[in-house]
Ligand binder design. Structure first.
Ligand code: C2O
Length: 536
């Protein structure tokens, strides 16, 4: 194995990914940010320098950080924010994981301002083999985009009138594919009194008569997208870094934070032909009309990378894909079977229920906030008094900071998530530090007592790290509590996360007490007001 060293400079500049110019956050002047690409077992060192005027932190989404919870990168949970002008070095060695991951800011919702990028891990153990199962690979980043800065949207969405008239769920202004998209320029120019244009579409170049592995990653802040490529079928072969036997289908939905590898055959044309890649914001396969999709072009090229400049001839803005669009809802029907078996037979040591909703939350001073939360607590981070530090010192998660559940011993445990929000308010939940098994789900809500006699799937249930729970329904996740730490469980809709929809799962608190506090920790937190409440 090797050491892979990266330098991330977080900065700010003007950018117009969808044709409308605004201030965006960048890493090394790139948007989306640089790709991290390693082999399993490599040591990763990332020196992150913050050139912004606000704090920052970077999280490595989907990496379990076994033994290195301190590198998990959530401001207020595992570290103090990196102050303006300062550098923090992340160092970890991903073991036992390979496939498609990503990294993003975990400070407020500044990932929505552009601090995102792919993190790919190759492994000789990956059952999807280059040269046998596919010839080449491409990363396809799907990503919703907003014309206002994240702090503006977050501030407005729970205030009087909401953001553009909606509470808690702003509509995206565009869907970007590999960082490029188009918006409704007429509406935008009127609203912002600012110029707007139609940028050229992003292109994915492929050679005819080959097999490609597309690494589809939803790095969006909100929208679930239904993605398809005209005339090409997807064979789904991994989900959130777990190799699976999956269906071959025309269209799949991908919730915020989820990833899939799909194999496609480029046998639908010759060099010069082009096809629409579509990413339509939606709720799920069955629900709702497809809205105007984000578009990119799959372009067939020759061996010199040449393939013409024409747009595809099929109708781009259309309510339906141009061919019979069958959509398999990969979160709803158990169509994915892990290739590496992990059964769920052992009796769980402990069952914890996490119920979450949007509503009125009483602040410590008695006033009321419209916010999201778990078990009646909305996440109010004390940024400079991170929970991990408190646990290392023998404390607990303060009950007015975040809801928490504790698994004391090493053994399997179960977390039941109740989504108490009604119908359209489905949420993509993400758990740090674990690829959980999805044991069961249902309508309404579930209790620990009722679940004890619930017949759940014991044979090789799907594992993943992000999962969509529709409104008024529940899901039961089984975790292995062999990774001591304080792990966030949260909604990956950035607007909801930054409005308090985060709880913590404490694993083996006695072991955490023995963890060392590295120099950087003391340095980052020194002299800061430990009682101040910051952006979540
Ligand atoms: Cu993608 Cu808490 O993170």
């Amino acid at each position: 194995s090797q050491t892979r060293e990266y330098w991330f400079d977080i900065g700010e500049s003007a950018g117009s990914p969808d044709g409308f110019e605004r201030q965006i956050y960048t890493v090394n002047n790139q948007f989306p940010g640089p790709k991290i690409e390693i082999n399993e077992g490599d040591e990763v060192i990332v020196h992150v320098t913050n050139h912004l005027e606000e704090g920052q932190s970077i999280h490595w989404h989907g990496l379990n950080q076994n033994g290195t919870v301190l590198m998990d990168g959530i401001a207020g949970v595992t570290q103090c924010p990196i102050p303006p002008g300062k550098t923090f070095t992340y160092k970890f060695r991903p073991q036992g994981q390979y496939g498609n991951f990503w990294w993003h800011s975990h400070y407020g919702n500044t990932m929505a301002d552009g601090i995102i990028g792919p993190f790919i891990i190759h492994s000789v153990r990956d059952p999807i083999v280059r040269g046998r199962d596919y010839d080449e690979e491409q990363i396809v980043i799907l990503h919703d985009w907003q014309h206002d800065r994240a702090d503006v949207v977050t501030g407005a969405q729970t205030g009087p009138g909401g953001y553009r008239g909606t509470l808690a769920s702003p509509e995206p202004d565009a869907i970007l594919i590999n960082g490029v998209g188009r918006t409704n320029c007429t509406g935008t120019s009127i609203q912002y009194h600012a110029p707007c244009y139609d940028p050229p579409y992003a292109e994915i170049k492929v050679k005819p008569n080959k097999k490609y592995r597309l690494r589809l990653e939803n790095m969006g802040t909100h929208a679930l997208v239904r993605t398809s490529i005209d005339e090409h079928e997807y064979e789904v072969v991994d989900a959130d870094g777990v190799p699976v036997y999956g269906p071959t289908t025309h269209e799949i939905p991908i919730a915020s934070a989820q990833r899939y590898s799909v194999l496609i055959k480029t046998d639908k044309g010759k060099a010069g032909d082009s096809f629409w890649i579509r990413a339509a914001p939606g709720v799920a396969c069955e629900l709702g009309e497809r809205k105007d999709p984000g578009l990119a072009i799959l372009r067939y090229v020759d061996e010199h990378d040449k393939g013409g400049h024409d747009d595809p001839t099929s109708q781009p803005w259309h309510d339906l894909a141009p061919w019979d669009a069958q959509c398999v809802d990969l979160d709803q029907e158990h169509p994915l079977v892990p290739r590496n078996v992990r059964d769920a037979y052992e009796d769980p040591l402990d069952v914890h229920v996490m119920s979450s909703n949007f509503g009125a939350f009483v602040k410590p001073d008695g006033t009321v906030d419209l916010a999201f939360g778990f078990n009646n607590v909305t996440w109010r981070p004390r940024l400079f008094n991170p929970l991990l530090q408190q646990l290392e010192n023998g404390g607990t998660v303060p009950p007015d900071t975040a809801a928490s559940a504790t698994f004391w011993d090493d053994g399997p445990g179960i977390i039941i998530i109740n989504n108490l929000d009604p119908g359209p308010l489905g949420h993509p939940y993400h758990l740090h530090g674990n690829d959980f098994q999805l044991l069961a789900r249902g309508q309404g809500s579930m209790t620990a007592e009722a679940f004890a006699s619930w017949g759940y799937l014991k044979e090789n249930p799907l594992r993943r790290d992000s999962f969509f729970v529709p409104g008024s329904s529940w899901a039961a996740l089984r975790i292995l509590t062999n990774n001591p730490g304080v792990w966030a469980l949260h909604c990956h809709i950035g607007w909801h996360l930054s409005t308090g929809k985060l709880a913590t799962i404490v694993v083996q608190p006695e072991t955490i007490k023995g963890f060392e506090q590295p120099y950087d920790w003391t340095n980052l937190c020194a002299g800061q007001d430990t009682s101040a409440i910051g952006p979540s």
